[in-house]
Design a protein around this ligand. Structure first.
Ligand code: CIZ
Ligand code: SF4
Length: 322
């Protein structure tokens, strides 16, 4: 509508005036993803967001996503100003893995290689040997397993057990979960599949094992978009944040995309297929981050010592992913 168009026009001008670029995650609302595209920014998963932000010449990055993505950008590009629409946008995986307890866990298993998901604080990354995202976790664990390494995996237990099953690696799992993916329901999914027998089921491995078992393709956000594009089916039932439908539909025009069912048919679940923290990245918040650049509200800082330590496992991942 008219008000949104005005927000968008003002944000576009602010981005130009401030030599800033907007980087948005696939799980943000469609209008935010569209704005990132229209302004020469990028829409992607956390691995690509990190790489794009690091390599882009802009002095200022607006990271529309959740806090760990802003922190990762700062760790990789300390000389850039990293702004977020709101610093309150966090992640249940990050919240569920506090550094004090994680340190104790690592200290108790000193012979293990520490592998952490990108969805963690800078402090947890600083403790890790490797950082991984879901697009590359499997390959990195396979690599470590081929070297006979014992692994501490944190924080997502569903992704960890999926990778464990795939690789047979020796893995100790932290018991965290994503409140969005944890809600997908296998029983309701089987019922839905009966109504769409020709549909392929696409599942992000942060979902419970019972849901992953029903999948025709399992993968990270980018991998699921690719699957919708390349698989012959004309209908897909998708178990991940519904924000992904924006880019998935672009990649697979003409195909039908259906949301996988969540707990309580949407009535009772906390976060029915849409991350409440990703949803905080609205147009108004983006404009505010550019207008007042309030350091306590919008700007990301990472303690120097942590940043230098966290850069090591992050760089290891980016080099491995090349
Ligand atoms: O669930 C998330 O937050 C994901 C999939 C992040 C990512 O790696 O893009
Ligand atoms: Fe975290 Fe899940 Fe939200 Fe991703 S979708 S940011 S894993 S709570």
């Amino acid at each position: 509508d008219a008000e949104k168009a005005q927000y968008k026009a003002r944000i576009k001008q602010l981005l130009i005036d401030q030599n800033a670029v907007l980087v948005a995650h696939y799980y943000t609302d469609p209008e935010i993803q569209a704005l990132a595209e229209e302004t020469g920014g990028c829409v992607s998963d956390s691995l690509e967001m990190a790489r794009f932000g690091r390599d882009h010449p802009a002095k200022k990055l607006i990271v529309a996503g959740v806090k760990f993505m802003g922190e990762t950008a700062k760790i990789l590009s300390p000389e850039k100003t990293i702004l977020m629409p709101t610093l309150e946008a966090t992640c249940s995986l990050d919240l569920g893995c506090p550094i004090e307890e994680f340190n104790d866990f690592c200290d108790a298993h000193p012979d293990h290689t520490v592998v952490v998901y990108a969805n963690t604080s800078a402090a947890v990354k600083a403790r890790a040997d490797w950082v991984v995202t879901s697009s590359i976790a499997l390959e990195i664990v396979e690599h470590l397993d081929s070297l006979d390494k014992k692994i501490i995996w944190a924080p997502d237990r569903h992704l960890g057990s999926y990778i464990n099953k795939q690789t047979g690696a020796d893995m100790l799992l932290w018991q965290g979960e994503c409140i969005v993916h944890d809600e997908f329901q296998a029983k309701a999914l089987r019922e839905l599949k009966k109504l769409h027998p020709g549909a392929a089921i696409l599942v992000h491995p942060e979902s419970p094992a019972s849901v992953v078992e029903l999948a025709d393709a399992v993968g990270s956000t980018s991998q699921l978009i690719k699957a919708a594009q390349t698989m012959a089916n004309d209908t897909f039932i998708v178990a991940t944040d519904r924000g992904i439908f924006y880019k998935m539909q672009q990649a697979a025009p003409g195909k039908t995309l259906i949301e996988a069912p969540t707990g309580g048919n949407g009535a009772t679940c906390k976060s029915c297929a849409h991350c409440p923290w990703m949803a905080m990245n609205g147009l108004q918040a983006i404009e505010q981050s550019l207008i007042n650049s309030d350091k306590t509200n919008h700007e990301i800082f990472v303690d120097d010592e942590l940043r230098i330590k966290a850069l090591i496992p992050l760089t290891r991942m980016l080099d491995f992913a090349k």
